[in-house]
Design a protein around this ligand. Sequence first.
Ligand SMILES: [Zn+2]
Length: 378
Amino acid sequence: MAQPSHVSGFRLGRIIGIPVYVHSSWFLIFFLITLTLGTQFTAQHPGWTQTQHWMLGVITSLLFFASLLFHELSHSVVALHYRIPVQSITLFVFGGLARIGREPSSAKQEFNIAIAGPIASFFLAAGFWFASITFRGNDMVLAASGWLAWINLTLAVFNLVPGFPLDGGRILRALAWGVTKDFTRATWIASTAGKAFAYSMIVIGIVVALKGNWVSGLWTAFIGWFLRDAAQESYAQVAIRNTLTGVRAGDIMSQDVPTVARDISLEEYVHEVLRTGRRCHIVLGSGTPVGLVTLHAIRTVPRDEWANTSIQAVMLPIDRIQWASPEEPVLGVLERMQSVDINQMPVVSEGHIVGMIARDAILRVLQTRMQASHLAEQ
Ligand SMILES: [Zn+2]
């Protein structure tokens, strides 16, 4: 549930407005792939120099990761087309992950977002294959593009396996969602198929390892184990979604709205927080709300400047505040809080702030409801 607000790994930059990260495991994998390719090129092309083998190994590995990025970008572009925000793309061990801000709102959207990835990989496989026949005369281009065509084809096919969390699992869920009109049931079908596939990979991996092929056997089993975990987790997320169904912001907001005047200093504000225990306040300027200030925002100012800084300098201005309506489902509020990484929102009805809703209040309701449903099952 508690999603990390920032991704582990290091940031490459932004592409079409989306921050792109590489996970720390990426360096190991990059090294292993380069090593494998260098060794393979050395065996296949004894005529090349040592430098040629390893340079081509590095270039081919980089193009492989560019291919993964292209795959994730294609999911992202379709998601953005449906106005679903894409928070980040992370490249890691088994490929990439495009993190989208919320679940798709229809089966058709989910289907199109999911299928975009394998289509992109097929497209790249075809492109590299075309390059390999066009530059048949150049051994080095042929070796690199041949391998890249093969790996992109493998990626496309592997991702089409109909089990969560692979793209094929999302496609299966979209189809099941379209047929049953039941998102939870569809997710259960896709995650069960994912677990079945994962267990078969573990069994096949063990058999292969026992027959003496240790490396590929253990790799297969390891990927199976990873997929099993991921399938389980995706189902747990849907369980959370169900538990919060029917709860609206107005049901769990706190009705007192703590306020402070815009001209008080940070020093005075910290005293107010200590006195009341509230860590988020609406800032008032001549009686009307002008912004929102949190204890968190104060930390951006050095301690010795607190007395001489007014809270107006650190508050979030009114036009940039995220707010909820009392009728909004809390699940949507929680998703919005997670996607912009904030912990509270004012609840606004007919132009007036009628309450405040906090992330931990939503999580408390979630916890209580889950416990209650366990008791009911006993
Ligand atoms: Zn994909």
